[in-house]
Design a binder for this molecule. Sequence first.
Ligand SMILES: NC(=O)C1=CN([C@@H]2O[C@H](COP(=O)(O)OP(=O)(O)OC[C@H]3O[C@@H](n4cnc5c(N)ncnc54)[C@H](OP(=O)(O)O)[C@@H]3O)[C@@H](O)[C@H]2O)C=CC1
Ligand SMILES: O=C(CO)COP(=O)(O)O
Length: 329
Amino acid sequence: MSVFETVAVIGGGAWGTALAQASAMAGRATTLVVRTPEQADRINAARTNEAALPGQALLPNVTATSDPSEADVVVLAVPAQATRTLLSGFDPQLLAGRPVVLSAKGLETGTLARQSEILADMAPDAIGFVLSGPSFAADVAAGRPTAVTLAGDDANLTSDLAAALAGPSFRPYAADDRVGVEIAGALKNVYALACGAVDGAQLGASARAALIARGYAEMARMVTAMGGSAHTLTGLAGLGDLTLTCTSVQSRNYQFGMALGAGRRTEDILGSGAKLAEGVATAPVAAALARSLGVDAPLIDAVDAVVAGKADIATVVAGLMSRPLKREA
Ligand SMILES: NC(=O)C1=CN([C@@H]2O[C@H](COP(=O)(O)OP(=O)(O)OC[C@H]3O[C@@H](n4cnc5c(N)ncnc54)[C@H](OP(=O)(O)O)[C@@H]3O)[C@@H](O)[C@H]2O)C=CC1
Ligand SMILES: O=C(CO)COP(=O)(O)O
């Protein structure tokens, strides 16, 4: 019997619902912690979270609740900018000594913090893990094959946790580079905005592929400057998620980028009820982080400028194409 029998997934959106379903498929007794008792009642009665993943039936061992109670494993699945607020409402004792899996992909506005750093601030006695990789919520919840990276500091514990969360269609690979995994997960959303914009502006598939390759190189500079390993980027959280998000219209970041590429402004897209696109908040944070680290990050800067409405696509593309020529390495 696993020491990780019960799992609480906090966050009743698409990803929280999908991870609760994955945990249930792995055989864990799983609670999906949502904001209100009414939401929990609705989900339990309908056996689906219609607001988050319409039409997806939930397994019997997923129970929705609005009242977080003790579990062997806690998974946080709220937007990156909400993690600190969420944790500030928690009794730190509930998380002390427990594995807490961070699944949001983004950097915090103001502090430039990774999710692990927020957890260390707010619940220093929790044992932090990060989960990231190419995995659309709808695919995971429906039981379509998915593989992700689960990174933690203790190799044995990480492998045990990966085994506890693994199911027939959900395959976590254990890893130890939390910094690399978190930076990759946050930055791929920024590059997905750029790729969507390239397609929205009809700049061609060649431009998009070049952007993915140069984004990967930029990501490697960021990861190594932060003490992570560039090797992490060859895996699911790096190449895997970058490929998925930068080439799929299913990605919300890519969709947001397409709207930017078509000439719409950020406020206009947000005002018309766009879905969560984490790259919008992360772009300026990543740009500030790159500056503070002395990392050359022209693509992040370009996305930041377009998202902030300081430059249009044609201007940033002209700027990128006229940079001094350099060797590729
Ligand atoms: N969807 C996907 O395919 C994937 C998403 N992710 C990542 O998961 C994270 C969450 O995304 P996703 O679930 O898709 O987003 P959604 O917009 O679908 O859901 C976000 C959920 O978080 C809830 N929430 C927001 N703030 C708080 C808070 N302070 N306390 C409690 N609940 C809160 C929202 O509640 P309310 O609606 O009431 O505000 C909503 O239920 C993001 O970082 C995303 O990058 C990672 C992999 C795949
Ligand atoms: O992270 C994701 C897939 O791995 C989801 O991407 P979007 O948030 O852009 O939809």
